[in-house]
Design a protein around this ligand. Structure first.
Ligand SMILES: Nc1ncnc2c1ncn2[C@@H]1O[C@H](COP(=O)(O)OP(=O)(O)O)[C@@H](O)[C@H]1O
Ligand SMILES: [Mg+2]
Length: 334
């Protein structure tokens, strides 16, 4: 396999107007192989956009460098940029122009023109499934459709590599489905390399060949999904939502002592949402167990005989959320 993107000790320190500084990215080392979908997964503020902006040449690194197909983004930026397309988080389209006019405009900025440009625009409108709306003004498009035009714009120069920065944020489920399918098509049928950022575990899980988990400007874990989930062992997570109810310590001790495979129990007691009312968020009981499904009936029985009212049960196999939880003690969405 060939390396498409490599970063070495990439750092970015921003200065704030008040003179203080923030280390947005603290020395990132990544290697992305040709033909893979590589996801950068992390909560808001983790440093994903800053990282992707540095390796696309939009933001200058404070330290370190990245190579794209062997070309340094800081020293050979022309050659490096020729190999990449970029789909930014914000929509950068002209609202009063049609989808087709927007794409033609961006194509001319890449130095394309004539028949070749017309053919490429046709192809891309077809690819993002907007051929039937190509002559409509962008300001009549939904957010999801605009996002698809944006994706087409990022692919105009037929780059072997494309960066996509949270391309599904703020769009409806149907468009989101299309975007995810498009990303897979780019890899599977166009042999492209995709660097994809998201704060959603489900997306990283569905798309990625490899994942880097990012938090507070650092990569805290990297590998295939199997490699990452193996780090947290083979335990399943059994999640029980309980009514607004406390549970006696003795119940946990019985579950832990008598159910084969159970290793650990976490209990988040019910929380009063509002001081003046009696509205409570339900309590959450998490039981970590090897072979969770086998352990489930006995746990249910223990809870039932203790008079615990269960509202829902979910069995979760080791996933990227569990990896993030194990490494940071926080949930990805916090
Ligand atoms: N231009 C900027 N000036 C100052 N701070 C910034 C700037 N861009 C990003 N940051 C800060 O850097 C950190 C990482 O931001 P970002 O890369 O946008 O994270 P993410 O994309 O993972 O949400 C955040 O704390 C953010 O507030
Ligand atoms: Mg971002």
């Amino acid at each position: 396999m060939q390396t498409m993107v490599e970063t070495r000790n990439l750092r970015k320190t921003y200065s704030r107007p008040d003179g203080s500084t923030i280390e947005a990215v603290k020395g990132v080392n990544l290697e992305i192989q040709q033909g893979e979908i590589f996801s950068l997964l992390g909560p808001n503020g983790a440093g994903k956009t800053t990282t992707i902006s540095m390796i696309s040449g939009l933001v200058e690194p404070t330290e370190g460098d990245a190579t794209i197909g062997g070309f340094s983004i800081t020293k050979q930026s022309m050659e490096a940029k020729r190999l990449m397309g970029f789909v930014p988080q914000e929509i950068a389209l002209y609202p009063e122009l049609s989808a087709r006019q927007n794409l033609a405009f961006f194509g001319r900025m890449y130095g394309m023109g004539g028949k070749a440009l017309r053919r490429r625009v046709d192809e891309l409108l077809e690819f993002v499934d907007l051929a039937d709306r190509q002559n409509d003004r962008i300001d009549t498009f939904s957010g999801g459709m605009k996002r698809r035009v944006n994706i087409a714009a990022g692919l105009l120069n037929s780059p072997p590599l494309v960066y996509m920065d949270e391309p599904t944020v703020g769009i409806d489920p149907q468009n989101r489905r299309r975007v995810l399918d498009t990303v897979k098509l780019l890899r599977d049928e166009h042999n492209m390399t995709v660097l994809y950022t998201t704060h959603l575990m489900e997306e990283a899980q569905e798309l990625s060949d490899r994942v880097a988990i990012m938090d507070h400007g650092e990569i805290i874990a990297m590998g295939t999904q199997d490699e990452l989930t193996q780090q947290v062992g083979e335990e399943d997570r059994l999640e029980f939502t309980i009514g607004a109810q406390e549970i006696a310590e003795a119940v946990f001790e019985r579950i832990q002592g008598e159910t084969p495979g159970v290793t650990r129990i976490l209990f988040n007691p019910p929380e009063q949402l509002d001081e003046d009312s009696s509205v409570f968020a339900p309590a959450l009981l998490t039981v970590f167990a090897k072979r969770g499904r086998t352990a489930l009936p006995q746990i249910l029985q223990e809870l039932d005989s203790a008079g615990v009212e269960i509202q829902s049960v979910a069995v979760r196999e080791p996933d990227l959320e569990a990896v993030f939880l194990a490494l940071t003690g926080r949930a990805l969405r916090d």
